[in-house]
Design a protein around this ligand. Sequence first.
Ligand code: UDX
Length: 447
Amino acid sequence: MKITIFGTGYVGLVTGACLADSGHDVLCMDVDQGKIERLKNGQIPIYEPGLEPIVRHNADAGRLKFTTDTAEAVAHGLLQFIAVGTPPDEDGSADLQYVLAVARSIGKHMDDYKVVVDKSTVPVGTADKVRDAVRLELDHRNLELDFDVVSNPEFLKEGAAVNDFMKPDRIIVGTSSDRAEEVLREVYYPFNRNHDRMIFMDIRSAELTKYAANAMLATKISFMNEIANLAERLGADIENVRRGIGSDPRIGYHFIYPGCGYGGSCFPKDVQALARTANGCGYESTLLNAVETVNYAQKHVLFDKVSHYFQGDLANKTIAVWGLSFKPNTDDMREAPSRTLMESLWQAGARVQAFDPEAMEETQRIYGDRDDLQLCGTKEQALRGADALVICTEWKEFRSPDFEGIAKALKEPVVIDGRNMYEPQMLDRHGLVYYAIGRGRNQFRMD
Ligand code: UDX
């Protein structure tokens, strides 16, 4: 099938590459000329395991092409996937200007039946706006062409995006048109052969499903972080509590890991956007607001622990930071807890020596050259001469470090772990003071 994808960000590029890999004829369009040039040369703008080989393979096979030409893009696909960004505007609502600009382009250039697919995470009611935008352009052209607008939200996780797309838990399609339903069934047939993963529903429910899924996951995390903070003050260990409650299948083990707050491009933005949508229809979502508030506070927990240890005197201290991306297997720094930590440390007059296996370039891009930030080539280098170590991201290579070496390299033998990576006894044995999240042994204990 002929498919056009607007937007070559995470969602657009993964969708395009995976659909091409299943045999479809895909054209990806982006307004960023530089990005398209790089993609044509087989260079992938993001770090995503497994993506580069399938982009190259399908580009070589001629099934995956790239363009900046809107007219060519609209002419190509029976399906027009909209996968452009929906950044938050000033009040946290999703900004639809890019989505609607694509809709207008489709209306301007189409000359036969199209299925317009909203793939970006968009607020409930966006499909109606997309339909109106396409129709308005057709009216200007005095054309009465048939088209359908479908909601088909994407659930892929960064770092596992290709696998998530290839083996989806579910494929949600919101549509009221039989013709569009048939087209979508055909597109997704290769991913749906063994088990029927497709769930068809009305458009608004599909749009809300995406937000509800992310809000539910964010709620689980904020809930666990809240209990962790409580455990810390009560002298309990959240890791025991986690295993204890996870064994109940109604709760489950997934997504109940406490930490230094959730980040990334989805949870913070989507929880906020859904709360604003609620406000917009006269409903105050107490729960969503609380999820956001808890997460905001949780991102400050690591700094509070460092500050507590040094009794508020961080001027001229050097802190080693391991892990900068918002989670492992990505170089994405959007809303990463490491940023809250580093920015608070700088404000308090401390210096940072940081290491991340993938996000060093991104950190350099965001913060540029500054005297109080040293980007180190290895995790060992980051420790040298530092006063303490803080871990923000649970990269695999931090799992069993040389504790002896850490104790020797640090001026103060203190490790503050935002991801509960270690058994406290292991660090005790090496004479390291260990602070983690919700592990009942630290400074907040009340008894
Ligand atoms: C998420 C959703 O999982 C995905 O379905 C949706 O399409 C987009 O948003 P992503 O943002 O890539 O994907 O990351 P995810 O792996 O879900 O992690 C989000 C954040 O939650 C990370 O900061 C992670 O560290 C944190 N997290 C996750 C926890 O703190 N505890 C957990 O138990 C799980």
